[in-house]
Design a protein around this ligand. Sequence first.
Ligand code: AMP
Length: 192
Amino acid sequence: MLNLILFGAPGAGKGTQAVRLRDRYGLKHLSTGEMLRNAMAAGTPLGLEAKKYMETGGLVPDEMVIGIIADVLHQCTGCKGFIFDGFPRTVAQAERLDALLKAEHEQVDAVLMLDVPKDELIRRLKNRANIEGRADDQNESIVANRISVYETSTLPLARYYMRRGKFQRIKGALSVEETYEQLTKRVDALLG
Ligand code: AMP
C-alpha cells in the first residue's frame, strides 16, 4: 500500500491536490472535513455533534474523527492505499493512525506539507468562500481561528513526522500545476 498524508493549513490546497493524486496513483481519498460536512448535511448524530465545533473553526474531538477513519480503514479491503487530507490534525490522531495502520501491517509512507504563507491562505479562503459557499470560509473570525488552531494544534505534528523521517515540505504559494508537479516528483521517488 501507499499511504500519504497531505499536510498544511486551511487554504493550502490539500483538497485540490488530493483529488489529483488519488486519480494518478489509484488511492482512496479520505477527507475528514468532507466526511464531517456530509454527516452534518445528513443530520446524523455525529454530524450534529461535529457541527458545534466546526461552526467556530475549532477541532472536532479526536475520538470522533478517529472513529470515522477506523471504520473506513477496516472497510477498505484491497485498497492500493490512502491519501489523508485534513487528518491527522493532532499528535493524538497521528499516534492512533500509526496504531491502526500497524494493525494492518501498514504504515504512513510520507507526509507532504503544502507550506503556503499566511496572507496567501487568507486570500485563497476568501476566494473559496465565493465559489464553494462553505460556512466556515465565510466569516473572517472563523477563518482566523482555523488558522490559529492549525498553528497551535496541528503544526507540532511536523516534528512528529520529521523525527520518523517521513516529512517533506513543498514551500511557497505555487500554482496548482506547480504544486502538483512537485508532489508527483516526491511520490514517484517514493515508488522508485
Ligand atoms: P477541513 O475541510 O479539513 O478544513 O475541515 C473542516 C472542519 O472540520 C475543521 O475546521 C474541523 O472543525 C473539522 N475537522 C476536519 N478534520 C478534522 C480532524 N482531523 N480533527 C478534528 N477536526 C477536524
